[in-house]
Every structure is written in C-alpha cells, then in structure tokens.
Design a protein around this ligand. Structure first.
Ligand SMILES: [Zn+2]
Length: 191
C-alpha cells in the first residue's frame, strides 16, 4: 500500500486508528553525491566530507560517485550568487512510510519509518575563487564554513543569533564552531 492510499484510509477511520499503537522509527543516513556541477570538484567534496566527519567524530555523511545511490545531492551551480544573492543553500527533507494494518488487529503491528535527507547547493565561482587561495593540503576556511553552514540547515538547524557562530546568517568573517559540532552530534543522538 502506498502512502497516498494509506492516508485516504486513515481519514476514513480516524476514531478507530487513534487507538492503535504505531512503532515509530527514524533513519538519518545521508549519502551524498555530486548531482550537478563539474566532476573535477569530486576530490574537494570527498576531502571536505572527511574533514566534516572527523570534526563530528562519527561518519554522519557518506559520499558516493553514483548519484543514483545517493539520497542527498550536492549541486554546484554557475551564477547561483547572481541568481539568488547567496553563495549556498541547504535544505532538509523527510519522508514517512507506514506499513501494517490501519485498524488494529490482534498480532499485527503498524510501523512508521521517517527517513531524512538533505540537499546542498553551492555557487561555483565562490568555490573556484576560494580554491585558488587555498594552501596546499589545507581546506580553505571559506569553503569549510559554507559547507558546514549549509549541511547544518540540512540537519534541520536554523540560523544562530551570535554573529561568530557558523550558523549565523552571514558566513563572512571569523567563525566559531564550538557549539556547532555538539549540535550535530545531538541531532544524531551521539555524544
Ligand atoms: Zn543559512
């Protein structure tokens, strides 16, 4: 039964289904791939994801070369800043699937699984300009801040009021990540 037909039935039997118990679970597995943009950015993306995971202390982001195997696309867009007045975007998504009987039956369980994913988009000129200024072997700090900020939105974080926080709406200038990494660990229920 797909979600749409389920919802229809759910609306037809609201009183009966209210008494049923639903086992709820959440899946937070983020597999990223470059969906749009120059493939030469792949090594940078791999490095930045590795750096990100190292800072979290857990592998919360995965990277694959195959966009079909990913649920969390990365878009590198030429002219994004001219189009939107921003050098990046980050969004989160969730999809809930219910399985089992709608009306409670003895011995039958209803399960509800919510799967989360994200999408980030970066301005190509911003990446290119900052890559030129990067020291060999070191990740450019502007790219690091932008990636963390947009992935933060992908992990359901809003903007922080403190202008030194990497989740402040304006990512220019020196940023402090000290409250950012614990928030990411908290989102995954990690300590
Ligand atoms: Zn933002």
């Amino acid at each position: 039964m797909d979600l749409r037909s389920f919802l229809l039935i759910f609306l037809l039997f609201p009183l009966v289904s209210c008494g049923s118990s639903v086992q709820k679970s959440e899946v937070k597995k983020y597999v990223m791939a470059l969906k749009q943009g120059d493939e030469s950015y792949r090594p940078l993306i791999r490095r930045i994801i590795e750096d990100y995971n190292n800072n979290v202390g857990y592998q919360v982001l995965e990277f694959t070369d195959s966009p079909d195997a990913a649920n969390s696309p990365i878009l590198i867009t030429k002219g994004l800043e001219n189009r939107d007045g921003k050098v990046g975007w980050g969004q989160w998504f969730s999809q809930t699937e219910r399985r089992g009987s709608v009306v409670p039956l003895p011995g039958q369980k209803t399960t509800e699984t919510t799967t989360y994913s994200l999408q980030v988009e970066f301005d190509e000129d911003f990446l290119a300009a900052n890559l030129k200024e990067a020291s060999p072997g070191l990740l450019n700090v502007e790219i690091r801040k932008l990636f963390a900020h947009e992935v933060g939105h992908g992990f359901q974080m809003g903007h922080a009021p403190n202008e030194r926080d990497v989740m402040y709406f304006d990512i220019s200038g020196e940023k402090d990540f000290s409250s950012y990494w614990p928030q990411v660990r908290g989102f995954f229920g990690l300590q």
